[in-house]
Design a protein around this ligand. Structure first.
Ligand code: GUN
Length: 291
């Protein structure tokens, strides 16, 4: 069987982390330690795992991390006060509030309160706006990781047909903007889209962020298409459980290239968070990018 090319996210993420570590070392030589504040409210198990991983990878890359774990009973005003304090803290270059927040807290108000220059998630309306006009704000980590993975296999995006499945603010919409900026012809599909397989069959580039295990079947995919699978779904198996993507991976032999799950987009997200943090550290101090 001819196999599609595998796009190795674990390896690329390692390269990104190494480049970040080199940058933090050169920043330190000028007396600057890049710092990331991570705020976690409540006990969401998946969020706890993500935050632990973010803090660990910061340390390994030479970024100071400031962890703020607060109880699920924290009020919106208390959280806003903490964000104001982090915005004003010179040691903090990035502020990340782990989502989802408890239902009594208005996420939009919280994200709006983060200084756009420290918004390493790229979720603040100023950064969303900058992305939509292509003018260099902080770019959300998962879409940025998707583009870096695509860059390893796509030479010239101009005129390619890109289909995005999922319209979330975290992945679908920003990745669509990034593909548009590269002059792809972009279609964003979602839960209410009719004839999804038919639209997917037109894609030269397919980015899937639907949260639906094995949604995209082999006969939906045009031969030679490049597929980025953002899905991380835990499914039950006879001997326990395993993580699968939104794409029926074993049916993708005819694709041009595909990201595996795990080991594709997943490792890139935190690597891009580290990259955004050093970028924020440089920009806030008007330091040029290290050579
Ligand atoms: N929860 C799930 N994904 C993300 C992310 O990219 N950033 C934050 N802050 N929370 C998340």
């Amino acid at each position: 069987m001819i196999m599609a090319r595998l796009i190795d996210g674990a390896r690329l993420a390692e390269q990104v982390r190494a480049a970040v570590a080199a940058e933090t070392a050169s920043l330190r030589a000028t007396g600057v330690t890049a710092g990331l504040a991570v705020v976690l409210i409540g006990e969401n198990p998946a969020s706890q795992i993500y935050v632990r991983s973010k803090v660990r990878q910061c340390k390994a890359a030479g970024i100071a991390s400031y962890e703020h774990r607060l109880p699920a009973t924290t009020t919106e005003d208390e959280l806003l006060a903490l964000i104001a304090q982090l915005n004003a803290d010179e040691a903090v270059d990035g502020v990340l509030v782990q989502l989802p927040l408890p239902p009594h807290i208005d996420s939009d108000r919280v994200l709006d309160a983060i200084d756009p220059l420290k918004d390493v998630d790229g979720f603040h309306p100023v950064n969303v706006g900058r992305l939509s006009i292509g003018s260099g704000g902080l770019i959300p980590c998962t879409p940025l990781g998707c583009m870096m993975l695509l860059d390893t296999v796509v030479e010239n995006y101009r005129g390619m047909k890109a289909v995005v499945i999922g319209k979330s603010n975290i992945v679908g919409k920003p990745v669509a903007m990034l593909l548009l900026e590269r002059e792809c012809t972009v279609t964003v599909t979602h839960i209410a889209t009719r004839n999804l397989p038919e639209i997917v069959r037109t894609a030269d580039i397919l980015v899937v962020a639907a949260g639906s295990p094995g949604l995209v079947r082999g006969d939906w995919v045009k031969p030679g298409a490049v597929i980025i699978d953002v899905g991380i779904n835990r499914i039950s198996t006879p001997d326990g459980s395993r993580i699968v993507g939104d794409v029926a991976f074993e049916e993708m032999a005819h694709a041009g290239a595909v990201t595996p799950v795990p080991g594709g987009v997943g490792p890139m997200t935190i690597a891009c968070l580290l990259q955004n943090t050093v970028q924020a550290a440089r920009r806030r101090r008007s330091l040029p990018r290290a050579a």
